[in-house]
Design a protein around this ligand. Structure first.
Ligand code: IVH
Length: 496
């Protein structure tokens, strides 16, 4: 039988909700509503407080949609529901600050039809006929951490995370360490107040380097660049934040007072922010109508793997600021903008066995070796399982059928086990207590995630140390590649 981890409970609930929503019964509604609410709050805690998501975003969004469907069927449940609030909470570790204007979220769409439905809602609200074109601004939806940076008379005075949308965490000291955020706006005539809103992120290559370093130091390995960015920003010691190459992009404004420049569109607002020295995304495009916004969506999905940072979709915004004001906002999202998310490509495959790799610091890393399968145009065979905690959390075993996806569409990861296909005789997987390379005892110190080989002269550790030493990021010795090092060590030509 499958172990009932929170992770598998999530998917059991998802299935039960699907069945319920096909044939809703009033006597069961409150119960399902409560279960879905509880699970969403649990997911929020993992995502916002622990910076380690329980499940992929699509699955979380699906659960929120199910909850909304229940509430639409039984509207009395809507009152006091989490669907009426912005997800997330401010942590107790930082002092709390209230946003001058709430930092709301965006409603999600997932394909061309849903983007069109968003446009039709815009027209309906404005009471415009179906064929009226609306000018939109489309830009990448950055997969990072939302931030508000407050400039008063042009000087950076405060930086606040989104928190629950009303109250966020004061992370000013940490934000001041981010190199591409100006400490003052480049203008002789600054507005009295300008709240720049944007996203903090880590570029993919910086994420890979950070994780390699974290792994070598025996520290937590982050699941994706977003979690790494969030974990790096929410450090009590700003020296740690300073050591991480975080970047910012700004895409909007909160409270604005005393702005001299005449700004009429969202595009002009972003241009103005750029002129003041705030980093803005150069891939934003004005679309004459919703058709071009949909074209942009498809185009960006193709460009996505080539971008140096992770995006999880695009954002479509009504370009005219006057129309934005007319359209206003509902509970937790504006009527004038919508996210259009990409579907992560997932595939089913089977874990043939779990291999243990020994790194240069002796860390034993379990890697799932799977039947090769194509995901997002790339053949995937291996996926790291990180450590024993991760194996236990997902209850992954040899022989299991699994759903995999490419996290941030780059690194393959196991999303979940298909427990219904599990063989009866399967056994829980434990990382061995002996190093598979040299046979020395391997141990997992209390409170640490990583199991390590204790032998400094372990053949695998030696090979990996040498590969690191001669590698591109260190001595950059040409023609001395991984294969040659393996041979030299195996033949006993290199002994230490
Ligand atoms: S505009 C009224 N533009 O996505 C909210 N948001 O899922 C306006 N995000 O809360 C937000 N890239 O943290 C906007 N280009 C972009 C964005 C973006 C990422 C984030 C933002 C927002 C969240 C909603």
């Amino acid at each position: 039988m499958a172990k009932s981890s929170t992770h598998s409970l999530f998917y059991e609930l998802q299935k039960a909700l699907e069945v319920f929503l096909k044939k809703p019964q009033v006597e069961k509604a409150a119960n399902f509503w409560a279960q879905a609410t509880k699970m969403i709050l649990l997911c929020d805690e993992h995502y916002y407080k622990k910076d380690a998501p329980l499940v992929p975003d699509v699955d979380y969004d699906k659960l929120v949609k199910s909850l909304e469907k229940i509430e639409n069927l039984y509207p009395t449940l809507k009152k006091n529901s989490i669907t009426q609030k912005v997800a997330g909470t401010a942590s107790e570790q930082f002092s709390k600050v209230e946003h001058r204007t709430p930092m709301i979220s965006l409603s999600n769409t997932y394909n061309a039809e849903e983007i069109l439905a968003f446009h039709e809602k815009v027209l309906k609200f404005l009471d415009w006929t179906q064929d009226t074109p609306v000018e939109y601004l489309a830009e990448p939806k950055l997969d990072g951490l939302a931030i508000e940076v407050v400039y008063e008379k042009g000087a950076l005075v405060r930086a606040i995370t989104r928190g629950d949308g009303t109250v966020g965490e004061d992370v000013t000291r940490n934000i001041l360490t981010i190199k591409n955020i100006p400490h003052s706006l480049k203008t002789k005539n600054p507005p009295k107040i300008f709240e720049a809103r944007g996203e903090i992120l880590l570029f993919k290559k910086d994420f890979a380097e950070l994780n390699a370093q974290q792994e070598a130091d025996g520290e937590t390995v982050f699941a994706n660049p977003r979690n790494a960015a969030a974990g790096s920003l929410r450090q009590l010691d700003s020296a740690i934040t300073a050591s991480r190459p975080l970047q910012a992009f700004f895409y909007g404004a909160g409270a604005v007072e005393g702005m001299k420049e005449k700004i009429e569109t969202h595009g002009e607002l972003e241009d103005q922010m750029g002129k003041w020295g705030l980093p803005v995304n150069d891939r934003a495009e004005i679309c004459d109508n919703i058709g071009s916004a949909i074209k942009y969506y498809h185009g960006m999905e193709k460009t996505r793997p080539k971008l140096p940072y992770d995006i999880d979709g695009i954002v479509v915004k009504v370009n005219s600021l006057a129309l934005q004001t007319n359209l206003g906002t509902i509970a937790r999202s504006p009527r004038w903008a919508a996210a259009a998310k990409f579907q992560p490509e997932q595939a089913e495959t089977k874990i043939e066995h779990i291999e243990i790799q020994v790194g240069r610091t002796g860390a034993l890393t379990p890697v799932a070796v799977m039947t090769p399968v194509k995901v997002g145009g790339v053949i995937v065979r291996n996926a790291t399982l990180h450590n024993q905690d991760e194996i236990d959390r997902k209850d992954v075993r040899e022989g299991d059928s699994v759903i995999i996806q490419r996290a941030g569409d780059v690194i393959p990861e196991i999303v979940r086990v298909l427990f219904e296909k599990r063989k009866q005789n399967s056994k829980a997987f434990k990382i061995p207590s002996k190093c598979p390379a040299c046979g020395s005892p391997a141990a997992k110190p209390e409170g640490e995630a990583v199991t390590r080989c204790g032998n400094l002269f372990c053949v695998s550790r030696m090979k990996e140390s040498l590969k690191h030493f001669v590698g591109r990021r260190a001595m950059n010795v040409e023609k001395l590649g991984d294969k040659l090092i393996d041979q030299l060590v195996d033949l006993g030509l290199i002994k230490s």
